[in-house]
Design a binder for this molecule. Structure first.
Ligand SMILES: C[S@@+](CC[C@H](N)C(=O)[O-])C[C@H]1O[C@@H](n2cnc3c(N)ncnc32)[C@H](O)[C@@H]1O
Length: 265
């Protein structure tokens, strides 16, 4: 029998990227098919769970940074299945006047986000594909004021958009939609500095509805055109403004993903 948190029409026989990520983060919203795929990927790339946790922790650091920069509006695309330390929790704790819009293509992620946000003012959830920028902007515009700075968060999502769908065009449309003083956050999987098994694990991701495309630093950096990258630039995730209490990371490249945050000039 399907669990009661599964929205009608969800294909539970096929792994989903959102539920595989939830499994790696220690969440409870995943099925046997998701766990099997996650375990297979993990057997080939033992650092994968750490990479995902590292991404999540980076996102928290970055949201705190953005609030410190004065940002009060967040458009989080590919927001995922809510786990502890969600963007809205970090932002609202640091600045209670923040507004947050979550967008995800996965119905399970959206259903959960809606349940968690029920009763929380100044938040909204949209079921949409990141590539449908026009609709995202129209829906998000009901809560966010696009004449004021907005932080567009693309954490761990652009690598799900294949080259054939031109992710650079999607990101350009998002960059163009926000005023000067806005921010763009991107974290993205890469093969740079990675062993061959990572490429094989990427092939396995083809079993989910959304295959991963690993991209080199130069391609990811180009997503920030017209934006100034905040220090330390585009770096392996653990190197992006680690908290002072974090131990120095001797091998940040074992986390096969880059992170960067840029400001619109
Ligand atoms: C690895 S999770 C990242 C979650 C969260 N942003 C984070 O960094 O912790 C990727 C999320 O992107 C979503 N996703 C994948 N392709 C998408 C697309 N084309 N449009 C919107 N969301 C997408 C998946 O459903 C999943 O929830």
């Amino acid at each position: 029998m399907a669990e009661d948190w599964v929205p009608a029409g969800v294909d539970v026989s096929r792994p989903s990227a959102a539920r595989v990520y939830d499994y790696f983060l220690g969440g409870a919203h995943n099925f046997a098919v998701d766990r099997q795929l996650a375990e297979q990927i993990e057997a080939m790339t033992p650092n994968i769970a750490e990479t995902m946790r590292s991404n999540r922790v980076f996102l928290r650091r970055a949201v705190r940074f953005l609030v410190e920069q004065g940002v009060r509006q967040f458009l989080d695309i590919g927001s995922g299945i809510p786990t502890a330390g969600n963007v809205h929790e970090i932002a609202l704790e640091a600045a209670p006047d923040s507004k947050i819009v979550y967008v995800d293509v996965d119905p399970v992620a959206v259903e959960h986000s809606r349940a968690i946000l029920a009763g929380t003012a100044n938040t909204a959830v949209i079921l949409a594909d990141a590539r449908d920028v026009e609709r995202i902007l129209a829906e998000a515009g009901k809560l966010l004021d696009f004449d004021q700075p907005v932080a567009v968060l693309l954490a761990g999502v652009v690598h799900f958009i294949p080259d054939s769908d031109d992710p650079a065009a999607t990101i350009k449309a998002l960059r163009d939609a926000v005023p000067a003083g806005s921010y763009l956050l991107v974290s993205h999987a890469t093969a740079d500095g990675q062993p061959a098994e990572v490429i094989e694990a990427q092939r396995l991701s083809g079993r989910t509805a959304t295959e991963i495309t690993l991209r080199p630093a130069a391609e990811i950096e180009a997503y920030f055109e017209g934006f100034e990258l905040a220090e330390p630039g585009l770096v392996f995730i653990p190197l992006w403004r680690p908290d002072p209490q974090d131990a120095a990371d001797e091998h940040p490249e074992r986390i096969g993903a880059y992170a960067g945050v840029g400001k619109k000039k």
